[in-house]
Design a protein around this ligand. Structure first.
Ligand SMILES: [Zn+2]
Length: 414
């Protein structure tokens, strides 16, 4: 048990108890007002700790803070975590409970409702025998994603302010809303954020990190048909459903999410609706490799062209919208960010593991906007569901990793 145990535990329980679930399909910023409940709590705590330039942007629910440098050298570094929780399970009221000294068996989360977390369903529990775990009561998610990160970052901030003798460069902090619903930290004001490089803290297994995400776009395909009475349709009718089916049949059969992993890209048909006159298709395109990604977009253009050759011109229209780009190209220009992260993780006695992330992160968008932003895992398990839990030791370890990272940055020129 380290000096950070009580702080991360107490903080995490307090943050997790606030329902901050975001919402899909809402155009408000943030998507739910309840995210302000945590934002205000964090602002007040940052002030209380003695962090500088604390600011809550009331318009978009982003919290900022700065721990000013206390040394002549050092490169400013930032840390970002998200305040909202996932939409796939009930978001509140969250009633966190601590399972002390986990014995390796099944965990009774809720005796009234007879809800168990079974070791056989969640073998990852095996890694934490003897540890203290925080779980929900089985009726809601826990929100370790991403409040475990917030607890670690806040504990780090408190440590520096109460240990002014420990030398460090400028450390910027931001907490953002709506990550779970694709917010991409779009309202983070890079002018206000006090660092030019940062890490997001999000993700499950301790010691994992990412600096490569998917390239992502969305294709909207509209197929126009020609409807006539089916009895006299010969040679006249164009059934847009049939043409749409041809379009789908031309997609590579095994380049779909259910057949791919690692660095393999895919097409994913996310929507179809239509009648004889018009059919609309939605397809998302994902690939880590930027060339392959463009090839995929190009392939859809070829299919469109060929179908328009076969059917009356203008039968198929294709519109592609970029969603986010892999951060790799940006991070490759600042390789020390990955080197430092790897070193900090292993210096804390944890094996660093890097996997190309099969999705996007807020960091993908931030990197694109000019804030290079690899991701460090938060250390929660079973996210986005009722069986989510956070081993307290993972939050403690992440505080240590952050301190070590800051040490590495304090030795660098700004
Ligand atoms: Zn998250």
């Amino acid at each position: 048990m380290s000096q950070f145990y009580d702080s991360v535990k107490e903080r995490f329980i307090r943050y997790a108890s606030v329902d901050t679930q975001s919402a899909n399909g809402v155009s408000d910023t943030p998507t739910t007002r309840r995210q302000f409940d945590l934002a205000e709590m964090l602002r007040d705590e940052l002030l209380e700790i003695g962090v500088s330039d604390v600011f809550l942007d009331e318009r978009c629910c982003v919290v900022y803070g700065v721990i000013p440098s206390n040394t002549d050298s050092g490169m400013p570094i930032g840390y970002i975590a998200h305040m909202d929780t996932a939409t796939e399970a009930p978001g509140g009221p969250v009633r966190p409970q601590v399972i002390e000294d986990y014995d390796g068996g099944d965990i009774l989360l809720n005796s009234g409702k007879d809800i168990w977390m079974r070791r056989s369903d969640f073998p990852n529990l095996g890694m934490y025998v003897g540890e203290d775990l925080i779980c929900s009561d089985g009726t809601t998610l826990l929100g370790g994603d991403d409040k475990a990160s917030i607890a670690s970052i806040m504990t780090m901030a408190e440590y520096y302010v109460s240990h002014p003798d420990v030398k460090h460069g400028t450390i910027a902090i931001a907490f953002t809303p709506d990550e779970e619903v694709g917010g991409l930290a779009k309202d983070l004001d890079l002018g206000r954020f006090a660092a030019k490089i940062a890490y997001t803290l999000d993700g499950d297994h301790l010691g994992y990190y990412e600096y490569e995400t998917f390239n992502a776009s969305r294709a909207d395909i509209t197929v126009k048909g020609r409807a006539v009475h089916p009895g006299t349709a010969k040679g006249i009718m164009v059934n847009s459903i049939d043409v749409a089916q041809e379009f789908l049949a031309s997609l590579p059969a095994y380049e779909k999410p259910q057949y791919t992993d690692g660095r393999e890209g895919f097409f994913y048909v996310t929507g179809i609706s239509g009648s004889c006159e018009q059919t609309d298709l939605q397809v998302i395109i994902r690939d880590h490799d930027p060339v392959q990604f463009e090839n995929r977009e190009h392939y859809l253009a070829i299919v469109t062209e060929e179908l328009n050759r076969k059917y009356p011109d203008g039968t198929v229209t294709l519109s592609i919208t970029e969603q986010y780009r892999s951060m790799k190209e940006v991070i490759d220009r600042v390789p020390f960010m990955v080197d430092n992260l790897k070193r900090a993780i292993s210096d804390c006695g944890i094996e660093p593991v890097c996997i190309p992330f099969r999705g996007g992160t807020d960091g993908s968008a931030l990197s694109q906007r000019g804030l290079p932003c690899p991701n460090l895992s938060a250390g929660y398990e079973n996210a986005h569901g009722r069986f989510e839990y956070v081993p307290i030791i993972n939050m403690e370890k992440n505080v240590e990793i952050l301190l070590r990272l800051n040490e590495l940055y304090s030795a660098m020129d700004s």
